[in-house]
Design a protein around this ligand. Structure first.
Ligand code: SF4
Length: 313
């Protein structure tokens, strides 16, 4: 379906995930976060130790389900919560979110992913991972999955700048990312890329360069996050020492609007701000008010009279 912006139904000036999924599946479609009990090569020592400097010790996505429960039980729990909010007429996409969800033998991936796909009203699957944790065998299996369901593989890139990647102990380069990304792309698999604004040492131009390059790759979706300083992380120590300065809300809103203008309108925008990690959040505290951030982005795009993709030369 051709994309018209501003969206005639919602007025949004960017291609939102909720509209995309509703058009595709005919009703509201919601992701259910699951925890498959994976770890991460940047935590267990095979790539690095201690993880990315902003990652809480339990690993990213630690607000996902309880890994001691089966996939079915986690799904049922998530479904009940979502139905309280959105009612019964829903489709679901199970979402393996916590840590690195292809970092395990293929047989284990198959067991978990196939169980998720059997759940009620499931129309797809989302799998979040690192680009350096996709073997050829895993990519082939993901291709097979993508031929029978709406599969999205979410790759954490965070920045295209290797200098920043080193500063945050990412333990993979942009070139490593491209290698994994291209394996998925060559197999026709939808990829959603995660980026983070406000990483240490990054100027606005650097953040825009990250968005520009991601937009040029032919990605299916993008998640734009704000760097959160969370208790118990290395970056929290750097923040306490004054070595990391969080973005202001105004700067974040303007940067995100600039990035939206640089993304092709076909790129589905899944997120424009992160979840604030509840009581664990140290800074920036303004990010707790997600509604204010999203409204601010809408207001700024209206003020500019711009839409997604209008800044692409
Ligand atoms: S790759 Fe993800 S899970 Fe692993 S340390 Fe970094 S943020 Fe945490």
């Amino acid at each position: 379906m051709p994309i018209t912006l501003p969206d005639p139904k919602t007025g949004k000036r960017y291609n939102t995930q909720s509209s995309y999924l509703k058009n595709r599946f005919g009703k509201k479609t919601v992701k259910i976060s699951l925890n498959g009990g994976f770890t991460c090569p940047n935590i267990d020592g095979s790539k690095g130790v201690g993880g990315c400097t902003y990652c809480s010790s339990a690993g990213s996505g630690d607000f996902a389900g309880d890994p001691s429960l089966s996939v079915s039980k986690q799904f049922d729990y998530g479904k009940r919560l979502i139905r309280k909010k959105w009612g019964d007429d829903l489709c679901f996409i199970p979402y393996f979110q916590a840590n690195t969800n292809t970092y395990a033998p293929l047989s284990r991936l198959k067991t978990l992913f196939e169980e998720a796909l059997k759940q009620e009203n499931t129309v797809g699957l989302a799998v979040s991972t690192r680009a350096d944790c996709i073997s050829k065998e895993t990519a082939d299996y993901l291709k097979e999955l993508s031929e029978r369901t709406y599969l999205t593989v979410e790759l954490g890139l965070q920045t295209v700048h290797n200098k920043t990647a080193e500063l945050i102990n990412r333990c993979h380069s942009y070139e490593d990312f491209l290698h994994g990304f291209n394996m998925l792309k060559a197999r026709g698999i939808n990829v959603c890329v995660h980026i983070i604004n406000g990483l240490p040492g990054e100027s606005r131009d650097m953040m825009l360069e990250t968005a520009r390059r991601v937009g040029s790759l032919g990605v299916h979706g993008i998640k734009i996050h704000l760097l959160h300083i969370v208790k118990g992380t290395k970056i929290a120590e750097q923040y306490q020492r004054g070595e990391v300065v969080p973005m202001t809300m105004e700067d974040y809103i303007e940067t995100v609007c600039d990035q939206i203008e640089l993304l092709p309108k076909e790129v589905m925008i899944e997120r424009l701000t992160g979840d604030g990690a509840g009581d664990m959040l140290i800074a920036p505290l303004w990010s707790r008010d997600k509604r204010a951030v999203l409204n601010g982005i809408d207001k700024e795009l209206r003020r500019r009279d711009s839409v997604q993709g209008c800044g692409i030369i």
